[in-house]
Design a protein around this ligand. Structure first.
Ligand SMILES: *Cc1c(COP(=O)(O)O)cnc(C)c1O
Length: 357
């Protein structure tokens, strides 16, 4: 039976659902194209991968150990598994991707390490809650806390300041915990804080960073960056066993060179953050809309009447609904345009019935 030759997607697809709805940015695409010549050794034993690791070392101004995997779930899960034994636990926020969106992969890859999730305002860990989770018990019946996991930028689009990270790391190290950062949107945090990547990672006490590529504009792939090289011991075996060792590794690694050398990594994040800032300004004017969190990265979370949310969906807009009824998440990417932002704002205005005076 012939497959009908219809367009896969309508030409206008009105969405602020996620930054992974966007395509591949030109810089990443071109790097894949450049890597697509002749024969190259497989499984990461190639010059593209060597140079990509070197680019990441330069970015972080330190001799870190770098691995490339297919996605963020694998990056987080394997990094956490490398830091833990099966009877350990990982402390993270209630809303953390590792807790809510990885289908138990961290527990699976670590053979049973337990995730302990705690609360905190604006998507950030409340450190007194962290300390309580660490010190609550010390007997052998409680899974021993071993890692503190932070998300930067957070799941609700806020960012941790270097002081907050340092304070969290100091608390962790006081009790012998390592610090892992889920950086699916790390570039957005770097732009937001206007600081060097080193200042908000190893200089602030972070041991391992899962550095996002896909949401920033790459086709596929995230980097696992170990600032403490000893923690990376035998990590390559975990990647292979988990089915995360790409045989044509150069197509995951080469885009990192393309993204970092001309600054596309930051340019993309800055663009996405700027679009979200513009959207926030527009939405704040609309009656019935409440901005839920400080907008510090590339997303805007709003509360609006359920009827308005339904109208917006009926008008063809795609977005995720978040905490509670009526909450909506609008996520911007490197590909979002100012025109898209104005169109969404206009649609929200119509769905809500007007501006504030
Ligand atoms: C998207 C995302 C990830 C990675 O998810 P994958 O779909 O597995 O690539 C990790 N952490 C956060 C906070 C994310 O938003």
């Amino acid at each position: 039976m012939a497959v009908p030759d219809l367009p896969i997607q309508p030409r206008t697809f009105n969405q602020f659902a996620s930054d992974n709805y966007a395509g591949v940015c030109p810089e990443a695409w071109q790097a894949m194209e450049e890597a697509n010549h002749g024969f190259v050794s497989s499984y990461g034993d190639d010059l593209w991968t060597e140079r990509a690791c070197e680019s990441i070392r330069q970015l972080f101004e330190t001799d870190c150990q770098v691995f490339f995997v297919f996605n963020g779930t694998a990056a987080n899960s394997l990094a956490l598994a490398a830091l833990c034994r099966s009877y350990h636990s990982v402390i993270c926020h209630d809303l953390a991707h590792v807790e809510t969106d990885e289908c138990g992969a961290p527990e699976f890859f670590s053979n049973g390490t337990k995730i302990l999730h705690i609360q905190g305002q604006e998507g950030k860990l409340d450190l007194s809650e962290v300390e309580r989770a660490i010190t609550r018990r010390s007997d052998i019946h409680y899974p021993r806390p071993r890692v503190l996991s932070l998300t930067q930028a957070t799941e609700v689009g806020t960012v941790y300041t270097p002081d907050e990270i340092r304070t969290a790391s100091e608390l962790a190290s006081r009790y012998g915990l390592k610090v892992q950062v889920d950086g699916a949107r790390f570039a957005n945090a770097v732009v937001s804080l206007d600081l060097s990547p080193a200042d908000i990672t190893w200089r602030a006490g972070v041991d391992v960073l899962c550095l996002g590529g896909a949401k920033n504009g790459m086709a596929v792939g995230e980097a696992v960056v170990f600032f403490d090289r000893e923690l990376a011991s035998e990590f390559e075996y975990r990647c292979k066993q988990a089915g995360q060792l790409a045989s044509k590794m150069r197509f995951i690694s080469a885009p990192w060179i393309g993204m970092l050398k001309g600054g596309a990594w930051l340019k993309n994040a800055r663009h996405a953050n700027d679009c979200a800032a513009l959207l926030e300004r527009e939405l704040a004017e609309i009656i019935g809309v409440r901005i839920m969190y400080p907008r510090q990265a590339n997303s805007v979370f709003v509360e609006m009447p359920e009827v308005s949310v339904n109208r917006l969906r009926a008008a063809g807009w795609h977005f995720y609904s978040f905490i509670g009824s009526g909450g909506a998440r609008f996520m911007c990417s490197w590909q979002t345009t100012r025109e898209d932002v104005f169109q969404l704002a206009e649609a929200v205005r119509t769905a809500c019935g007007g501006d504030r005076n």
